[in-house]
Write a protein that binds this ligand. Structure first.
Ligand SMILES: Cc1cc2nc3c(=O)[nH]c(=O)nc-3n(C[C@H](O)[C@H](O)[C@H](O)COP(=O)(O)OP(=O)(O)OC[C@H]3O[C@@H](n4cnc5c(N)ncnc54)[C@H](O)[C@@H]3O)c2cc1C
Length: 389
């Protein structure tokens, strides 16, 4: 039987980041995932992009990951919210209000996964095993033994469940989830446009959910943005299946021309939208993180950034108490730090999503203009969104 310090179940963006971060502390790490490595242009390629917010960057730097991402990361300097119903209302939240750093950087998930896997390949103390997944666990006081789907077993001080929203680790621990469904899906694709995006990320609200444009590097010499279009599930399926020309017409009608004419490029992908929070984030010798612990609608770039928050807490605890990793009071400290924060953010994003489905109704009542117009309120909202307070 193999033995390691940390066994990470899940080689998605969160699991790979966890393997690199623990590995950078000099710990022995094994990361397992039943799925093969993605081929960037293959049918299974993840077309999503991830806006990494400022607090996440420091963690990625410490894990030796940021340098690999920086050349392909597009800075996000302005978050623009457009209420497109009736007479359009447009408000800009400018990172310049908070300091000289952008809000964050947008990176394609394909680049993220490739860069993370390359970093792990250069770490002798980290093993990435694809083609085999977590199947079961027996936890004792001082270690956990996991059985993998290929029949092999690995003993570890800590099992990290980063195996996604249907987490087998979570199920093996008997931890339940609370799930809210909205009947919505997110349609993900890219567009080119004539006008440079200038580092502006734009959320256009009408009804049914936001239509968000997020800056990407140029595509074939033309300015390019990623789009996340959240809408009713049946409508999303219809849109995904439209012929190219009709699809382009629908996209331009929904974008309210905020970036001028848009030309869709590349594939289209659908992602179901749910809010899901695990009842607990720990069990004996086991910690859940990322989508295994929390799934939120893709609003305000919170998903992976909350996951990096989970990871930062674990890494801080591992630095402060290296001998106690995975032990009961170490895990209790992790749960104390993360569970209230996860619930609060999931609650806030759920409320924002409901507001957006209704065409920003409650936000209109609160007044987009007023929220934006009062400097301290505006700056407070931006800091909250970034996880700086
Ligand atoms: C449309 C959309 C846009 C988004 N945009 C942003 C954004 O801008 N910013 C942001 O912060 N977040 C964003 N998110 C959220 C972010 O993409 C996710 O939080 C993140 O990618 C999920 O990471 P994960 O590693 O937890 O889950 P996954 O990516 O689902 O990875 C889980 C991994 O676990 C593996 N696995 C499954 N079963 C097992 C097993 N038994 N054993 C071991 N491994 C297993 C799977 O093969 C998979 O590789 C967005 C999400 C969506 C849907």
């Amino acid at each position: 039987m193999d033995s390691t310090d940390i066994l990470v179940a899940g080689g998605g963006t969160a699991g790979l980041a966890a393997a690199a971060a623990f590995g950078s502390l000099g710990l022995r790490v094994t990361c397992v995932d039943p799925a093969p490595a993605e081929t960037p242009d293959g049918p299974d390629a993840d077309l999503r992009t991830t806006a990494i917010l400022t607090p996440g960057r420091a963690l990625l730097e410490a894990a030796g990951l940021w340098d690999r991402l920086a050349p392909e990361a597009t800075p996000l300097r302005v978050m623009r919210i457009v209420d497109a119903r009736g007479t359009p209302v447009r408000r800009d939240f400018d990172a310049g209000d908070l300091g000289d750093q952008p809000f964050g950087w947008n990176v394609t998930n394909a680049v993220l996964k490739r860069a993370f896997a390359e970093r792990l390949a250069g770490m002798p103390n980290v093993a990435l095993r694809r083609g085999t997944g977590f199947a079961g666990r027996v936890a004792q006081v001082d270690e956990v033994t996991a059985t993998l789907s290929d029949g092999s077993r690995v003993a570890a001080r800590l099992l990290v469940g980063a195996d996604g929203r249907d987490s087998a680790v979570r199920r093996a621990c008997g931890i339940g989830v609370r799930t809210t469904r909205y009947g919505q899906k997110a349609l993900v694709f890219a567009v080119t446009h004539d006008r440079p995006h200038g580092g502006v990320s734009t959320e256009v609200h009408a009804s049914g959910g936001p239509f968000t444009l997020v800056p990407l590097p140029d595509h074939d010499g033309r300015p390019c943005s990623a789009v996340v279009w959240m809408t009713d599930g049946v409508e999303a399926l219809r849109l995904k299946g439209l012929p190219d020309e009709e699809f382009a017409r629908a996209v331009n009608a929904r974008s309210a021309q905020v970036m001028g004419p848009l030309a869709p490029v590349g594939g289209r992908q659908l992602w179901p939208i749910v809010t899901q929070v695990a009842d607990r984030v720990t069990a004996r010798r086991t910690a859940l993180m990322a989508e295994a612990a929390h799934v939120v609608p893709p609003i305000g770039a919170q998903g992976l950034n909350m996951s990096l928050g989970d990871l930062r807490t674990m890494i801080d605890l591992a630095r402060a108490r290296p001998d106690d990793i995975g032990e009961e009071s170490w895990l209790a400290a992790y749960a104390r730090a993360r569970e209230p924060e996860i619930r609060l953010r999931a609650f806030g994003i759920d409320a924002l999503n409901r507001a957006s489905i209704g065409g920003l109704g409650p936000l209109r009542a609160l007044g987009l203009r007023a929220m934006h117009g009062i400097g301290p309120v505006r700056r407070g909202l931006m800091q909250l969104g970034l996880g700086l307070r």
